[in-house]
Design a protein around this ligand. Structure first.
Ligand code: AGP
Length: 614
């Protein structure tokens, strides 16, 4: 959470910082701020609320503010101290006895209380409740004593405990930015006569596609003409440039009202790109480039959070059905403290769209404890998890800006099916032709999801009307439809704030049926195969008790139509695709309910897309 950005070079500094922050707003939008440096001092602009508020404030600044050549910016997801202007970054230090410094920070300084007491003891006054402000004062003291900004940052870092990506500037070196990280991400963007810093590459796609990744224990100093990377001990570090293939248009609305809607519509393309080169015409899944020996895998553990966890549940079903390997799926925040059991034959699959979710990274660390091999399934090239894993299976959804995961969910599910097929073949778990048939069916995912979008677009508004007076809702499913129901409930609650739970339909009688009344709509995901019938009878039982039902069912399913007030139709598709097509109407339903309530679907309250704190 929190996004940082930095720029040194030309006079487009403020423009670059604002554009960078716009593309990082998914990391937090409690407040935003900029600091720009000139030999005279450091000027800041900070505002509570979304970036637009800051943009409004900047209109009142004089021309000098816009002619600076270096600055840092921040978009905040509050951890220490409520969202307020005083708590907004950048935080300043110094000024009285030495040059002013400014700091932006993503992460948590765990020993900030102790440092605050120590600094107060030396007469330093604090202006905010944040943990970050201690860094500004530690830096300012060192700069005042004659240290360069880089020396001061290295010295200050030695005092910090916790996770951070921090960027700093000083009035004494107005065209230099220094930065470092521990756990939280930090990238350097390379330009011509200008250089950039950001929490993620998405921030800078309009300016460069060439990046350097800063690792833990390194410090970087950037000016308009140089980028110097070194260890905290001062050893120079050579790092290869990383070129990303995402374009700037990926982070633009492109005519859509919201990113969520755009990203729902991008699902066919995202699936096509994820499967391309990995799923052959004959249905063979090829993961040979991962350089991971799958033939001796005896057990799989999936660690993930939120939507990625739901993709993991679908992956479990696919792997167990096709490869006959036992799979455990665990929420990463639990797994990291579970003292997990395993051995070298355990394949640990860490699913993370962002590749920087703290709990998922820590769960990978826990698996390392027993010698497990780690496969990362991630959407983010060069992300932290790609550097922690033994192998990386990239989903190719492109940047996802909306906080609610949509296209990344279906691509994660596709990636897990690729793994299931490759694992099954490597272990000889099923006749090859049977696996190929599943593979060929999976190749239809883009076109079936396209059809599903068309069908659901027509009916989602009508289904959303059922939620007008709702006080809660239940999403029911069995088999593959159960993780889809969980995902549908998560989508609805996170963007519409309506309490919604996913349940295995067969569990209704064991408690949740008590919730049933006309103001608690049931969303029944019927799915395919034998469990469709079972789900139908579970739903009948709720109808008998006054439930209003929306069913997600095949367009020609007359029985589903008879019990439901509204049917969200899905196209006829091979069974392996049923979770893919069923996920789509639930995304659109959540979208329509939230829009009807006048809510911001891309930036739901209290949330950030990348959860980089525990
Ligand atoms: C769902 O819509 C959320 N954005 C959230 O649950 C997300 O899937 C979770 O935080 C995990 O993020 P990751 O995939 O980046 O690790």
């Amino acid at each position: 959470m929190c996004g940082i950005v930095g720029y040194v070079g030309g006079e487009r500094c403020v423009e670059v910082l604002m554009e960078g922050l716009k593309n990082l707003e998914y990391r937090g939008y409690d407040s935003a701020g900029l600091a720009v440096a000139s030999p005279g001092g450091i000027e800041t602009a900070r505002e509570v609320g979304p970036l637009n508020n800051l943009a409004g404030t900047l209109k009142g600044r004089d021309r000098d503010f816009f002619s600076v050549r270096a600055g840092v910016g921040h978009t905040r997801w509050a951890t220490h101290g409520r969202p307020s202007e005083a708590n907004a970054h950048p935080h300043k230090g110094g000024g009285a006895g030495g040059p002013e410094v400014a700091v932006v920070h993503n992460g948590i300084i765990e020993n900030h209380g102790e440092l605050r007491r120590e600094l107060r003891g030396r007469g330093i006054e604090f202006n905010s409740e944040t943990d970050t402000e201690v860094i500004a004062h530690l830096l300012a003291e060192r700069v005042a004593s004659g240290e360069s900004l880089k020396e001061a940052l290295v010295g200050a870092l030695k005092r910090l405990q916790g996770s951070f990506a921090v960027a700093a500037m000083s009035a004494a070196e107005p065209e230099t930015i220094v930065a470092a990280r521990n756990q939280s991400p930090l990238v350097v963007g390379l330009g011509e006569g200008e250089n950039f810093l950001a929490s993620a590459v998405q921030a800078l796609l309009g300016y460069t596609r060439r990046f350097l990744f800063v690792e833990n224990g390194e410090v970087v100093e950037i000016t308009g003409s140089s980028v110097g990377l070194s260890t905290l001990e001062g050893e120079p570090v050579q790092r290869e440039t990383f070129e990303v293939d995402w374009g700037a248009e990926a982070v633009e609305l492109g005519g859509y009202e919201d990113f969520m809607l755009k990203e729902i519509h991008e699902q066919p393309a995202a699936l096509g790109a994820t499967l391309a080169g990995r799923l052959m015409d004959d249905g063979c899944a090829d993961l040979s480039d991962l350089d991971l020996n799958l033939s001796d895998v005896r057990r799989v553990v999936v660690v993930a959070c939120g939507t990625a966890y739901h993709a993991g549940l679908l992956g479990k079903q696919a792997i167990e059905r096709l490869a006959r390997v036992p799979v455990e799926v665990t929420v990463a925040s639990e797994y990291r403290y579970a003292d997990p059991v395993g051995d070298e034959d355990t394949l640990v699959v860490a699913i993370s769209q962002s590749g920087e979710t703290t709990d998922t990274l820590a769960a990978v660390g826990a698996a390392r404890g027993f010698g497990g091999r780690v496969l990362a399934v991630t959407n983010t090239q060069g992300s932290l998890i790609t550097r922690e894993a033994d192998a990386v299976l990239l989903t190719k959804a492109g940047p996802e800006v909306g906080v609610a995961a949509t296209k990344t969910f279906v691509t994660q599910v596709a990636a897990m099916h690729l793994l299931a097929l490759a694992l099954a073949e490597a272990r000889g778990a099923r006749p090859v032709e049977e696996l190929r048939e599943v593979g060929r069916a999976l190749r239809l995912a883009p076109e079936k999801v396209e059809e599903a979008i068309g069908l659901a677009e027509e009916r989602a508004g009508e289904a959303a009307e059922v939620f007008e007076e709702a006080r809660c809702s239940l999403f029911l499913g069995r088999g593959a439809a159960f993780p889809v129901a969980l995902e549908g409930a998560l989508k609805l609650k996170e963007i519409s704030y309506l309490p919604s739970e996913g349940y295995p339909a067969g569990e209704m009688k064991h408690g949740p049926i008590a919730l049933v009344d006309g103001r608690c709509p049931m969303v029944a995901v019927l799915g395919e195969g034998v469990l469709r019938e079972k789900t139908l009878s579970n739903v009948e039982e709720t109808v008998a008790r006054g439930a209003r039902v929306i069913s997600v069912a095949r367009e020609d399913d007359a029985v589903a139509a008879a019990i439901a007030e509204v049917v969200l139709p899905v196209p006829k598709a091979p069974e392996v695709l049923s979770p893919f097509v069923a996920a789509v109407p639930l995304q659109l339903l959540a979208y329509r309910v939230a829009k009807a309530r006048g809510l911001n679907v891309d930036k739901p309250r209290n949330l950030a897309k990348s959860v980089t704190v525990e």
